[in-house]
Design a protein around this ligand. Structure first.
Ligand SMILES: O=C(CO)[C@H](O)[C@H](O)COP(=O)(O)O
Length: 234
């Protein structure tokens, strides 16, 4: 099934060929599609005591999960020293490694290189107070990040209220980078998904709205449809 993310991803446009390269790329894109569409079910967050005051999931949990699934494991590292975690996260089987722009001002090029060398997909996240312009160099780089995560709440805790004013950042990113994967995290659910999707977000992280719903599958389906419908309009 063609998921919404593929419309953003230039790789999928090349995937109609017959070479083994194309087939492998198609497989990777499909794997990513299921990742972005199942973030509601499998969201991995590593939180340190420095950037935010609590600690949740780390490499041992990723390693344990990896034994049971081929799913794309999207890891958002809310840590002050992401470079220290590249090796263990790669070894554990993480698929995506998203670090914060606020803590990687000097070494982001090395960081991105190391993430890719461990077979993970690099992403950069920004907090609500950080201007979107700060991530542009990381997307424009010769060795760029492949996803930008726009936080729509202050990072650290689930159950917070979606910040609609963050949609200006999503719109700016989408206008500048038509095929970039843009993720949003925080307060996403049936009442906010259209705002995010119409602004251009195509990867949705949702916790409370899914896990707190009497029918989680219906909420996932609704959000998936919103992303898909809004991509059709672009
Ligand atoms: O942890 C978070 C912030 O760091 C996220 O916002 C959380 O994973 C999503 O939760 P919710 O959908 O309840 O906002």
């Amino acid at each position: 099934m063609e998921g919404p993310i593929s419309k953003r991803n230039p790789i999928s446009k090349r995937s109609k060929g017959n070479s083994s390269f194309d087939k492998e790329k198609t497989r990777q894109v499909r794997q990513r599609q299921s990742a972005c569409l199942t973030l509601e079910l499998i969201g991995f967050i590593w939180i340190s005591w420095h950037f935010v005051p609590n600690l949740t999931i780390g490499a041992p949990v990723i390693e344990s999960l990896r034994k049971h699934t081929k799913a794309y494991l999207d890891c958002h590292l809310m840590v002050t020293n992401p470079i220290d975690y590249v090796e263990p996260m790669g070894k554990a089987g993480a698929s995506g490694f998203t670090f914060h722009v606020e803590v990687s001002k000097e070494n982001w090029q090395e960081l991105i290189g190391r993430i890719k060398s461990k077979g993970m997909r690099p992403g950069v996240a920004l907090k609500p107070g950080t201007p979107i312009e700060e991530v542009y160099p990381l997307v424009d780089s010769e060795n760029p990040v492949e996803m930008v995560l726009v936080m729509t709440v202050e990072p650290g805790f689930g159950g917070q209220k979606f910040m609609p004013e963050m949609m200006d950042k999503v719109r700016s990113l989408r206008n500048k980078y038509p095929s970039l994967d843009i993720e949003v995290d925080g307060g996403l659910g049936p009442s906010t998904i259209d705002m995010a999707a119409s602004a251009g977000a195509n990867c949705i992280v949702a916790g409370s709205s899914v896990f707190g719903a009497p029918e989680p599958a219906a909420v996932i389906s609704l959000m998936r449809t919103s992303v898909s419908d809004n991509q059709e309009k672009c």
